[in-house]
Design a binder for this molecule. Structure first.
Ligand SMILES: CC(C)(COP(=O)(O)OP(=O)(O)OC[C@H]1O[C@@H](n2cnc3c(N)ncnc32)[C@H](O)[C@@H]1OP(=O)(O)O)[C@@H](O)C(=O)NCCC(=O)NCCS
Length: 168
């Protein structure tokens, strides 16, 4: 499916609210990604994402047919971890299984390695999230380890799996 990665702009607030407001999206994400997901959540997020350049970070809307159907970000670590970036991403369920996130992660890594001084992109995936593990493996991320019982989400404890890709 054709998609583009575009800088966040206020006009995406309506479509991103519609796309994000689904329990299947939030299930394997941090609680900072809320469910229900409101228009106010979208507006606050977009305002924050627009400061990406000053922070040397990467925030993009995943756009299909002019609508924001998902998001992808690489956020920078602090102190001695400041040349590491954590990648996070989500897509509305109607668009799952079409290869969109595999392509989005590829582009995000290329652009972050090209345009910032980040040399390590990593992810921490909740262990049951097999589709996300697959997306990372298809993009050359190596499995580095398991953080046992590190996540408590919706009343359940999960292991998380650390994946990373290093700039060549
Ligand atoms: C995880 C997510 C981003 C995947 O996006 P997507 O665009 O559907 O991913 P793709 O179509 O590019 O690739 C998915 C791959 O996972 C595989 N997959 C899907 N469900 C699977 C499952 N239950 N078990 C094993 N593999 C699975 C697909 O077959 C595909 O691999 P393939 O190309 O080798 O066949 C999407 O499901 C999502 O947004 N989930 C909710 C938010 C989330 O979990 N974000 C990640 C947090 S770390």
């Amino acid at each position: 499916m054709d998609f583009s990665l575009e800088k966040w702009q206020p006009s995406f607030a309506g479509s991103v609210t519609e796309s994000a407001n689904d329990a299947r999206v939030a299930r394997f994400l941090r609680d900072s990604f809320p469910y229900p997901y409101t228009r106010k959540n979208a507006e606050d997020f977009i305002a924050f994402a627009q400061g990406e350049t000053e922070r040397g970070e990467y925030y993009r809307a995943i756009v299909v047919g002019g609508k924001a159907v998902g998001g992808i970000a690489v956020t920078r670590g602090q102190d001695v971890c400041r040349r590491s970036g954590e990648i996070g991403y989500w897509l509305t369920p109607a668009c799952w299984g079409k290869g969109i996130m595999t392509g989005a992660v590829r582009t995000a890594c290329e652009e972050v390695f090209e345009n910032t001084d980040i040399v390590r992109v990593y992810a921490e995936v909740f262990a049951p999230n097999a589709a996300s593990c697959r997306v990372l493996e298809k993009n050359g991320f190596a499995k580095e380890g398991i953080k046992r019982k590190s996540v408590f989400k919706n009343g359940a404890l999960y292991d998380s799996i650390v994946y990373a890709r290093i700039k060549e």
